[in-house]
Design a protein around this ligand. Structure first.
Ligand code: HEC
Ligand code: HEC
Ligand code: HEC
Ligand code: HEC
Ligand code: HEC
Length: 448
């Protein structure tokens, strides 16, 4: 099926051949079919769209190629791995289909390093998104957008006039499917390694007509250009996991004991409820292979002594990946880095016994991997879905040395963009693995 919102050219997909719409190559086949000069630079938009330009500049979208961790993962792992393993050879070009789409379309593979300041550095830029006319296939994924650069810009509103370009209303830009072309990714092994759009589509927000744009490009009164008509304008915030404000409270945490009064040699049972009230998809989403989301519960007695409580296992299959442990993983980094029999690095890098909300990715040898392109299967999905509540239990024998009186409990839900042991091994700047608090809760018991 061909999915096009533009009323123009609607030509059939060449059966079994190169995917093309109206002669326009799509997805992997689009590599090298355009030149950089077909697209205007973001600076060409900034004089009139000054506000939107600065918003975009501050968002990850404008750094998708230049950001330090992206540069390290692409050049140190993906490109080198692609050169050694035919199965993943396509990612050398393919990473840029989403991270530096104009470089991909221009066939500039691999593009110059960010420090060389080439046009690949424009990352996901204005003229790329505003010349996307639709997507090809049934499910948006792996940069299957249709790009038709030129004077005509695709926009969300009808009847808009600009001195610099022509504009056309394209309803596609108002849909989550537009975002899905880059926010769903299938690995060379046919595994959904990024599925933010799919998670949204099967969740409650899609059913109620809430789009990605409603949360990541909220609309506010103003003008979208210097000479523009006042109205509701889509703010180009694209704020996500890199934005502390967006993360704050995205999961609500509450906690209570089952019994408030416990004997000095008794057992306390603590329940923690975690509610995803703010996200249109699972948490974590997107780069799930990199993210750490974990719950830590501590008890402190009236004398100031404290203990960390291990979570009660629930007994589901694959649960061992959701409780922190002293285990090695990510051995497949050794392929790109030329380290034979690489033992791996610590899987979690946090104290043992904490609940981790994650979905593990496995390489073709069944080892846990953070290389999404080398992912052949997925483990248990223990993330927190949109409007889902997960409950964790901590059964804790009150230690003999605990002082009588009140014992305070604190639950902290922590987040890391990237596991610390991997960040340290690959020399990724520390900010990428700095622990950040999403939420916390407190309760207490009386020991008599
Ligand atoms: C052409 C591909 C492309 C399209 C289309 C696209 N994105 Fe993205 N987006 C990316 C890439 C690549 C990144 C990662 C940037 C980085 O390297 O951290 C990203 C990052 C983001 C982030 C920041 C996540 C974080 O970790 O902080 C948000 C939020 C986001 N996109 C939302 C959207 C929404 C909403 C849409 C649709 C209106 C959309 N994107 C359309 C490619 C795209
Ligand atoms: C000389 C000024 C100028 C420049 C340069 C300019 N634009 Fe515009 N653009 C406008 C004006 C004015 C509007 C109409 C705004 C309104 O009335 O709401 C507009 C509207 C748009 C719209 C339509 C939005 C909608 O409401 O549907 C898009 C998309 C757009 N511009 C993208 C771009 C891109 C991408 C660039 C850079 C390649 C660019 N513009 C450069 C002045 C400019
Ligand atoms: C990741 C893709 C993406 C990028 C990058 C992007 N835009 Fe947009 N833009 C959109 C989408 C999607 C909408 C429509 C949102 C809606 O209405 O729900 C939009 C809306 C607009 C509008 C109309 C706003 C309104 O509500 O009237 C203008 C003007 C515009 N963009 C200009 C720009 C400029 C200039 C840049 C670069 C500085 C830029 N865009 C970068 C996706 C993008
Ligand atoms: C109801 C509001 C809502 C909707 C709808 C929504 N998001 Fe989000 N999104 C959030 C919040 C809040 C966060 C921050 C918490 C987090 O990172 O998990 C977030 C985080 C993200 C991230 C970073 C995820 C990570 O863990 O790295 C990306 C990427 C993203 N959203 C893209 C999208 C896309 C694409 C869509 C549509 C398919 C979408 N969002 C729909 C609220 C929403
Ligand atoms: C289908 C589109 C797509 C492809 C292909 C793709 N990415 Fe991404 N990538 C994204 C999006 C979207 C995000 C943002 C997700 C999020 O914020 O959770 C992202 C995030 C990342 C991040 C994390 C950024 C951060 O700061 O946390 C890295 C690193 C990365 N990609 C590297 C790569 C490499 C290397 C490849 C090729 C092997 C690749 N990507 C292929 C879309 C893609």
């Amino acid at each position: 099926m061909i999915f096009k919102f533009m009323p123009t050219i609607l030509v059939g997909l060449a059966l079994g051949g190169t995917p093309a719409i109206g002669g326009i190559a799509v997805g992997d086949a689009a590599h090298g079919t355009r030149s950089y000069d077909d697209y205007e630079k973001p600076q060409a938009c900034s004089s009139c769209h000054d506000d939107i330009f600065q918003q975009w500049k501050q968002a990850m979208m404008s750094q998708a190629y230049t950001h330090h961790w992206d540069e390290i993962e692409y050049f140190e792992l993906a490109v080198k791995h692609a050169e050694k393993d035919a199965k993943v050879a396509g990612v050398k070009a393919g990473c840029n289909g989403c991270h530096a789409p104009t470089a991909f379309l221009a066939g500039d593979t691999p593009p110059p390093r960010p420090e060389l300041d080439s046009r690949a550095n424009e990352s996901v830029h204005c003229d790329h998104c505003h010349t996307i006319t639709g997507f090809e296939g049934d499910v948006p994924h792996n940069f299957n957008w249709v790009s038709e650069p030129g004077r005509l810009k695709q926009g969300p509103k009808p009847g808009v006039v600009s001195p610099h370009h022509d504009t056309v209303e394209n309803a596609f830009l108002r849909t989550g499917d537009f975002c899905g072309t880059c926010h769903n990714e299938m690995s060379p092994y046919g595994v959904w390694v990024k599925s933010t759009h799919l998670e949204w589509k099967e969740g409650p927000y899609y059913a109620q007509g809430v789009q990605c744009q409603d949360c990541h490009m909220p609309k506010a009164e103003g003008v979208s250009a210097r000479m523009g008509q006042p109205g509701l304008v889509a703010q180009h915030l694209f704020h996500g996991a890199h934005d502390q404000g967006k993360l704050n409270g995205s999961i609500e945490v509450r906690m209570n004991p089952i019994e408030r009064e416990v004997e000095s040699d008794g057992t306390a049972v603590i329940r923690v409820q975690l509610f995803n009230g703010k996200c249109g998809h699972k948490v974590p989403s997107g780069s799930v292979e990199d993210r750490m989301l974990w719950l830590e519960v501590t008890a402190t007695d009236s004398a100031g002594r404290s203990w960390r409580l291990p979570v009660d296992p629930k007994g589901f299959a694959g649960e061992e990946y959701t409780i922190s442990a002293e285990t090695l993983a990510y051995q497949d980094m050794g392929i790109a880095m030329d380290i034979p029999d690489f033992p791996g690095v610590q899987r979690d890098g946090i104290p043992a016994g904490n609940r981790i909300f994650r979905m593990p990715y496995f390489d073709p040898q069944g080892r846990m991997t953070m290389q999404q392109w080398n992912t052949a299967s997925l483990g248990v999905d223990y993330r927190i879905g949109p409007r889902e509540t997960k409950v964790e239990t901590f059964t804790w024998e009150v230690p003999a040395e605990a002082a009588p009186g009140r014992i305070e409990f604190r639950a902290v839900l922590n987040y890391q963009l990237l596991m610390k042991p991997v960040a340290e091994f690959l020399k990724v700047p520390a900010e990428e693995s700095a622990p950040r608090v999403i939420n916390s809760a407190d309760t207490w018991i009386e020991v008599y």
